[in-house]
Design a protein around this ligand. Structure first.
Ligand code: HEC
Length: 207
């Protein structure tokens, strides 16, 4: 069986190379095919994606519908015209697509040399990296959950439904919080994907 398979292989490869040879000028000898490098190139670290893409834009979604109290008077805020609804939609879409940025492999956790901003509470970037590498699928599930959590907001925006947009905000917040609890500041009892050693690590190896 194996023999036949490899014989077919050889035949196929022969046919393919013949085809290539006929259709293209001969390539330089011995140019071994290398797996194509991905065309994309991460520029921002995860920390910077949070600060530049996710956080400012989710704030627009969260603040779109709210009630302020001014001198004892309630002041309702909500998008009031097509342009304002469009602006909220741009931000909701940016967070939604920003979730894909989080799933791209090869992105640093923080800029080179940066440490934890709250040592002892928040893990250092190399510790976050270790957790992600230990559970890349867990990481991707949270990123995907973030993306999915924006859909009710997008639907509400498309219907110009203020109440639904307001309610969609809570669900988004829950996803932010649950990923942070696992990958950024795991505490006892909350680490679903975090190994035991990680929660003990901050005092010792934090840089
Ligand atoms: C897939 C996991 C994940 C999701 C989902 C996620 N975050 Fe984060 N976030 C992280 C990690 C990891 C860090 C820590 C990076 C670092 O070392 O500064 C972080 C850090 C941050 C920071 C701090 C950046 C700094 O300079 O200290 C902010 C703000 C933030 N996230 C906001 C959000 C908000 C808002 C959401 C939801 C809309 C969200 N994140 C969703 C993983 C996630």
């Amino acid at each position: 069986m194996a023999y036949f398979r490899s014989a077919t292989h050889v035949f196929l490869w022969g046919a393919i190379s013949l085809f290539i040879a006929c259709s293209k000028p001969a390539p330089p000898a011995a140019a071994a095919p290398t797996p194509a490098a991905p065309p994309y190139h991460p520029v921002a670290s995860i920390r910077e994606v949070m600060n530049s893409v996710i956080d400012p834009n989710v704030d627009v979604v969260w603040n779109a519908v709210k009630t302020d109290i001014d001198h004892g008077k309630q002041i309702e805020h909500a998008p009031a015209n097509d342009d304002e609804w469009a602006m909220v939609r741009h931000s909701a879409m940016t967070v939604s697509e920003g979730a894909n940025l989080l799933m791209m492999p090869g992105r640093n956790v923080a800029p080179p040399g940066a440490g934890s901003l709250s040592p002892g509470i928040e893990l250092a970037p190399d510790q976050v990296r270790a957790l992600i590498d230990k559970s890349p699928s867990g990481w991707n599930q949270f990123a995907r959950a973030l993306q999915d959590s924006l859909q009710p907001a997008l639907d509400a925006i498309d219907k110009k439904d203020k109440q639904a947009l307001f309610e969609a905000g809570d669900k988004i917040d829950e996803v932010c919080e649950s990923c942070h609890q696992v990958f950024w500041y795991p505490q006892q009892g909350t680490e679903a994907a975090a190994p035991k050693t990680a929660s003990a690590a901050p005092s010792g190896t934090a840089r």
